[in-house]
Design a protein. Structure first.
Length: 113
């Protein structure tokens, strides 16, 4: 047996992948994250790290399997409301200055020391 044959991993076929997903959900229950949902959400295109996007999906449209069109729309609508675009900084500052409560999802880099 050559070294290439040992290091090659064969992809799972549809049924094997389905069985594996079932086992993961059975063992880890609500901690299991269905990775198939992330691409349809388009959250990573907005610069959101995958681990945050997966949390958003579980918070906004919890479930397993591919995202439906309705779920994807709900996630995009949520993102449009909560994730500020590059040109929205002054709009948010104005709303805050007016005493409005503004919910945003934005990176936070705490400084220590």
């Amino acid at each position: 047996m050559n070294a290439e044959a040992v290091n090659t991993v064969s992809p799972l076929d549809g049924q094997a992948l389905h069985d594996l997903n079932g086992k993961v959900v059975q063992v880890f229950k609500s901690l299991a994250i269905d990775k198939r949902r992330l691409p349809a959400s388009q959250l990573t295109k907005r610069g959101i790290p995958a681990y945050v996007a997966e949390w958003v999906l579980e918070s906004v449209v919890p479930g397993q399997g591919e995202l439906s069109i309705e779920e994807a729309t709900k996630v995009r609508d949520w993102a449009a409301r909560v994730i500020p675009g590059p040109g929205e900084q002054n709009v948010i500052k104005h709303r805050l200055a007016q005493g409005q409560t503004v919910k945003v999802l934005t990176p936070c880099r705490p400084r220590c020391g």
